[in-house]
Structure formats: structure tokens, C-alpha cells
Design a protein around this ligand. Sequence first.
Ligand code: NAD
Length: 301
Amino acid sequence: MHVLVTGGAGFIGSHSVAALLADGHTVRVLDNLHSGQAENVPPEAELILADITDQVAVEAAIQGCDAALHLAALVSVPQSLKQPIETFGVNTTGTAYLLEAARRMGCRRVVLASTCAVYGDIPGMKAEVAPLHPLVPYSASKLMAEELLRCYARSYALQTICLRYFNVYGPRQRADSPYSGVLARWCAAVRVGQPCRVFGDGEQTRDFVSVHDVARANLRAITSAAIESGAVYNVASGQALSLNTILATLRELVGPQMTREYAPARSGDILHSCGDSTRLQALGWHPEIELATGLAELVEI
Ligand SMILES: NC(=O)c1ccc[n+]([C@@H]2O[C@H](COP(=O)([O-])OP(=O)(O)OC[C@H]3O[C@@H](n4cnc5c(N)ncnc54)[C@H](O)[C@@H]3O)[C@@H](O)[C@H]2O)c1
């Protein structure tokens, strides 16, 4: 297949590009390098430097593609609180441009990178049928993007699939801001002998899923004939681990020189998050990488 990957120079995008190439597909990346890096894109893939809100560029990029994996987005929750209009513009309107380009150019399938943040802070394991409570502009922008995909699946001959990732971690995740993925920040801190900072008491739980597992889920969503168009699938490990438990695992890996410090909880942070990925598992995808294995890989980098 010929596949367009928007946001392919980013963390999840670059691993997904590698998985698609390894499976024998031709890959074109559209990215404006807002948070991604050109060197993340393997040389076998074509890189188009363009903005997802540039309708003409998006249409040109999708020409000749059988499917599109749509990851380009403004991903920072704090930024979305400060700049909601920019967030809706890239994440929601950008998705509309991509869908319309796909429809006009005869691309058959669009897969969206959505987020567990659409569930908000409801307790318990989240299946796809759980109520949706986006708490911040970032999650609202993604939920609206999901609605656009469902609309295009109903209205046109376009297959659309939404994947709701839980907390993704792994190599190439940026660690250079307090809002970066917590495991990337901790592993970077450990490497330079600084304490791992925890916001809150550390008893909040997260469902961490390896980027390698997410890349395989993306590959499956792009290529599977069995996947349901218009549907949504959680991509989760199914394990809720507290940050304190994960810090204990990290300490076992790196030794007693690892220290931690606690800072006040941040507003907007969700307390508990765990995903039920039974629906995707029925299609043959399973989370394969245990957190301890994934952490060991991160610590070694
Ligand atoms: N990392 C996670 O835990 C997680 C969880 C749920 C959902 N997601 C979603 O997965 C996708 C990828 O996230 P990531 O963690 O790899 O983040 P990332 O920041 O590494 O990737 C986003 C990519 O989109 C590009 N981009 C941003 N604005 C753009 C624009 N206007 N035009 C073109 N390209 C643009 C960036 O340069 C970057 O390469 C995002 O859609 C995000 O919302 C991520």
C-alpha cells in the first residue's frame, strides 16, 4: 500500500513509519516539524514539510495514497488551555482537511490518533462505550475530530477508524518540557543524576502502553480487512499502575542512586486511567511489551 502518515516526524509517527516500511508499504510523511524532527523519518520514506491546515498541500500529499494515518496534532494539554483556537484549528479543522482531501483524491481509509483523554476522569476501566467527558480543549479537539471521522464513514465511501491511545511511552519521546511524557522525563533525569519529579502524591494510576505496541496497532488499523469502519478502538495495556509503583521498578533497574521529589498536583491532571482493549484484541492485536522491559529500553538510551 501507499500510506500517508501525518505527524510522521514525531514520536509515535516515526515508529509507525518504521513499522509500515518493515511491512513492505511505501510511506509519505507530512509534517511541519512543530514538535517532530526530520531525522526521525527513515530515509526510505518521503518527507513533505507542510502544515496540516494547508488544504492544497494536504491534497497534494494524499494523492496516490491508499490510506492515511493521521497523527499530526498539537498534543500539549497546557498549550491547549492557553491557545484553544490554535488547538481546534490544527487538531479538528486539520482533520477535516485531511478527510476531505482523502475523499476527493480517492484514498480509501483514514486512521485517527485519538486519546483516552476523551473519557475524562471517570473511575474504573474504560471500554469504548464508556461515557465521554473531555475536560480540556485538547481532548475536546480530538473528540470533535473523531466525530468528523464517523461522519465521513457514514456519508461517503471512506473507511475511517479512530484509535484511542492511552499513555504511550518509548524511545524518541521528547523529555524537554515539564509536560512531556512522565517516563521520558524520569529516564532523562536519571541519566543526568537528577531526581524524578512527581506531581501529586504519586498514587495516581496510568495505563502505559509501549510505542512499539502502538505502532503495531496503527499498522493493523491501516491494513486489516476485518476492522470496522466508523468504529473506535482503545489501544491500552489494560494495567493500571501507580506512579509510585513505576518509580520502584525504575529504582530496581537503575539502582539506589535514583531519587524522587514530590511537587503539588497539577490542575487538569487525571487521577486514574486504565483502558480495556478487548475490541482491538478480538482483531488479533495484543499489548506485548511489559512496562519493566520498556523501561529498561528507555533507561539504556
Ligand atoms: N503520546 C501519547 O501518549 C499520546 C496519547 C494519546 C494520543 N496521542 C496522539 O498521537 C499523535 C502523535 O503524538 P506524539 O506523542 O507522537 O506527539 P508528537 O508531538 O511527537 O507528534 C506530533 C507530530 O505532529 C506534527 N505537527 C504538529 N502540528 C502540525 C501541523 N500543524 N501540521 C503538520 N504537522 C504537525 C509535529 O511536528 C509532530 O511531528 C497525536 O495526534 C496525539 O494527540 C498521543
